[in-house]
Ligand binder design. Structure first.
Ligand code: GDP
Length: 330
């Protein structure tokens, strides 16, 4: 059924849209597979789909979650997601993974880690799209967000898997950015760069349980002091520093209250909409740049022409500027 669907050239766009608006999971998965596809006919259809659903899911809240591997992201998302579905919310969990060569095995591993949530009828967990570039993965994740919203998901959680540049990428596609930390990480902030802390709308110290609780309380004070010194953010939001235990399920409700507070505040001061507008414009330019690059390198013989000029440039027989000009006038 699935492969027939994928290979039929005249998939009815309207069927997909109708299926999505009814919250049909089969159509939801098909639509996501479609936007992740690199086949030319799939691309055309997915562009039409995205165009049609743009603006249909504006009532959602997009939450980014980051933190070093092992901090407890999966465990936290499971507890947080279950808390939200128990309130009747529909929750989608997506992930951004900069290492594109992850095996399917580890993706399934993630699924089992969010075991309860993955069996919840009000939750949808989608493993990371694979792709050759972080930009490509980011773009299809953005489209996946729109698809989930069109299918009626109200809370979209985007998790970063691993560390690297994915934090910035996720920050650019969410309304709220939650950073999970551990107590006792020392001065180097456990590999979390200061820049990432500055991006956060919320810092939560996970594993605040058992013997770790005292250290967590101390860390909370330190992080609260550090946050105090950061430049004010555009949302005019005081970044909360909280404690939680994803395993004991403490601090989960409190973190949701903070998020609701943020949503109310930024919707009334205009930042929520402004941020989404800026994100769209940024996405547009990123996509435009990617397209220009793709089209340029897709020209016939361009690789050979570039190679030829590399030699001339390195032996200083040709200037860099002239070489570039020449490539644009071939
Ligand atoms: P991720 O790599 O950030 O997704 O982290 P995981 O959710 O896989 O958690 C890594 C390990 O930390 C697992 O063994 C979890 O059981 C454990 N863990 C996660 N949250 C907590 C917590 O709140 N308290 C304690 N004590 N352990 C936790």
């Amino acid at each position: 059924m699935d492969s027939t669907f994928r290979r039929t050239p005249d998939i009815h766009l309207q069927d997909l849209i109708d299926g999505l608006s009814q919250g049909n999971r089969v159509f939801l998965s098909k639509a996501i597979t479609l936007v992740e596809s690199k086949r030319a006919d799939d691309r055309k259809l997915s562009a039409e789909l995205i165009d049609k659903i743009t603006g249909t899911g504006n009532k959602s809240l997009r939450i980014g979650i980051t933190g070093v591997p092992g901090v407890g992201k999966s465990t936290f998302i499971e507890a947080f997601g279950k808390m939200l579905t128990s309130k009747g919310k529909k929750v989608a969990v997506l992930s951004i993974d900069p290492s594109s060569n992850r095996t399917r095995g580890s993706i399934l591993g993630d699924k089992t880690r969010m075991d309860e949530l993955s069996r919840d009828p009000n939750a949808f967990i989608r493993p990371s799209a694979s792709g050759s570039s972080l930009g490509g993965v980011a773009s299809s994740t953005r489209e996946t967000i729109l698809i989930c919203e069109a299918a009626g998901f109200e809370i979209i959680i985007v998790e970063t898997v691993g560390v690297g540049q994915s934090e910035t990428v996720v920050k650019d596609m969410v309304d709220y950015f939650l950073l999970l930390m551990l107590a006792g990480g020392g001065d180097e902030l456990q590999g979390i760069k200061r820049g990432i802390m500055e991006m956060a709308d919320h810092i939560l110290i996970n594993k605040s349980d058992g013997n770790n609780l005292e250290a967590a309380k101390k860390a909370k004070k330190e992080y609260a002091n550090a946050v105090h010194l950061f430049p004010p953010n555009e949302a005019d939001w005081t970044v909360p520093v909280g404690l939680c235990s994803a395993i004991e399920k403490t601090g989960i409700e409190e973190s949701w209250s903070e998020i609701e507070k943020y949503e109310t505040q930024t919707k009334s001061n205009g930042w929520f909409d402004e941020n989404r507008k800026r994100q769209l414009i940024k996405w547009f330019h990123e996509r435009l740049h990617a397209r220009l690059e793709e089209d340029f390198y897709a020209q016939q013989n361009i690789k050979a022409e570039i190679k030829k000029r590399e030699e001339l440039i390195s032996s200083q027989k040709l200037s860099v500027r002239k070489a570039v000009d020449e490539l644009f006038s071939i």
